[in-house]
Every structure is written in C-alpha cells, then in structure tokens.
Write a protein that binds this ligand. Structure first.
Ligand code: ATP
Length: 244
C-alpha cells in the first residue's frame, strides 16, 4: 500500500522557541482509517493543524503522495487534496446548507461544481432533504455532517478531522461515525483525532498515541485495545470511563 500522507521528524509550535510537536513520525496508507489518540494537551490538534498548514513548522517534513507540502499555505494544501475539518467554526452558520456547499465548491473548476454538490447531497440524504435550511439551525450532528460534506467536495486524497464528536450526544456521535465508516469504505483515506479511546479504536484500523508531542504507540487498533500497559499509561481515565 502506498502512503498518502507521510510525516517525518516533524517539530512545530505556535511560537518559534516553543515546540509542541517534538519529532513526530506518522504514515497513513491509501484507504486506511487511522485514529490519533492521547491525553489532553498531547498535541493531537496541533499535529493535524500543522499538517493542514495552520501551525508553523519548525522542522521535518510533511508529504502528500510523496510531494513535500510543508512550505505550502493551507489553501494550496487543500488544492493538493488535503481536506481538513477543524473542531469548531467549520461551517457558515448564517448560510443555508446549499450555500455552504456552493462556497466549498468554489475551489473546483466551474463545470465540476454542480456534480460534486449533487454527489454530496446523495452521500448525505439528511442534508439533501432540506437544502434551504440555515446551517446554524441544524443539530450538532448535522452540522458536523455538513462540515464533512464541505471537506469532501474536492474528493480529497485524505480527510483529516479534529474531534468531530466533541460536544455531541452519544447517538449523534454514532451517526457521525457511521457516516465516516461509509466514507472510508468508499475509498477515502481518513485521519481522525478522537478523545474517546474506545470509540476511536472501534472505528479505525490503526491507532497512533501521542504523548507530550511525540508518538508513544503506533499499532493496529486491536493490539492497542488489548494492551493493558497502553490502556493504563496513556489512555487511563478515558479507557476506564469508556468501559464503565
Ligand atoms: N493557539 C495556541 N497557541 C498557543 N499554544 C497552544 C495553542 N493551541 C494549543 N496550544 C498548546 O499546545 C499544547 C497541545 O495542545 P493540543 O490542543 O494540540 O492538544 P490535544 O492533544 O489536541 O489536547 P485536547 O485533547 O485537550 O484537545 C498544549 O500545551 C496547548 O496549551
């Protein structure tokens, strides 16, 4: 399997002298579903934001299909096929569902836009039922679906999501996760940041555990789920909570 995304010895942070990521190595293969786990403050969001071009890189490399992208601004990374769904402010609340999709489609050549919007409406029937509804009036789960639809409009090489389950009820989380599972089954490579260890390892085939800005574990989900040392040391509270 070829790597879609490859991060090597990546250091990055919000200020020049303060590295939050301290030499991260991570590869995501074509068609894979990888979950990024770790305690609060480990640097999960910082890692995906750095990959998306939103946090300054101090050193190391980020490659998309073998091409170095760490020098590119965020909008050009998007053009290269890297779609990122931030944790918040990922839709335009005052605009309708259709307008949100139309805006996201602006990046595509004009003739391709209508077809991609129609494809998203087909993938997300819940959104297709009410294209004129203002995004701000949708439920939390539907908003996340719209954010994912906006990201998918370019038919990306890789879809990166920063905790789309944050603040959602368990029912909504399972709806969003079911949809992500479908999207992955149709061939989209996914890298997901998730706080809930059990839910993350259930949906992804591989887990990467970040601790203090470094990769502490990188293993198939089954192995991480059953590794008591990993559960106690790094996933501790979350794992116990999830099993309670
Ligand atoms: N905009 C920012 N400016 C400066 N420091 C930041 C910023 N965002 C995050 N940090 C710091 O970076 C470190 C890593 O935070 P990050 O949000 O990446 O961790 P995380 O693993 O995603 O945690 P959580 O699960 O709590 O979201 C923390 O020390 C945090 O205080």
């Amino acid at each position: 399997m070829s790597d879609v995304l490859r991060v090597r010895d990546l250091s990055a942070g919000y200020q020049p002298e303060l590295a939050i990521l301290k030499g991260v190595d991570l590869a995501v293969s074509e068609g894979e579903f990888v979950v990024l786990l770790g305690p609060n403050g480990a640097g999960k969001s910082t890692l995906v934001k750095t990959v998306a071009g939103l946090v300054p890189v101090h050193g190391g490399s980020i490659q998309l299909r073998g091409e170095e992208i760490s020098d590119l601004p965020a909008h050009l990374r998007l053009r290269h096929g890297l779609a990122f769904v931030p944790q918040t402010e990922n839709i335009f609340a005052r605009m309708t569902i259709r307008e949100n999709l139309q805006l996201a489609a602006q990046i595509l050549p004009k003739p391709a836009r209508a077809e991609r919007i129609a494809a998203m409406m087909e993938t997300f029937p819940d959104l297709a039922r009410r294209p004129g509804t203002r995004a701000g009036s949708l439920s939390g789960g539907q908003r996340q679906m719209l954010a994912v639809a906006r990201a998918l409009i370019i038919d990306p090489e890789v879809l990166i999501l920063d905790e789309p389950s944050a603040g959602l009820s368990p029912l909504m989380v399972s709806e969003v996760f079911d949809r992500l599972r479908d999207i992955n089954a149709r061939g989209t490579t996914i890298l997901l940041v998730e706080q809930n260890v059990r839910a993350g390892l259930e949906i992804a085939s591989r887990g990467v555990v970040l601790v203090e800005g470094r990769v502490a574990h990188d293993a198939p989900s089954d192995a991480l789920t059953n590794d008591p040392i990993v559960a106690d040391l790094y996933l501790g509270g979350h794992q116990k909570e999830a099993q309670a």
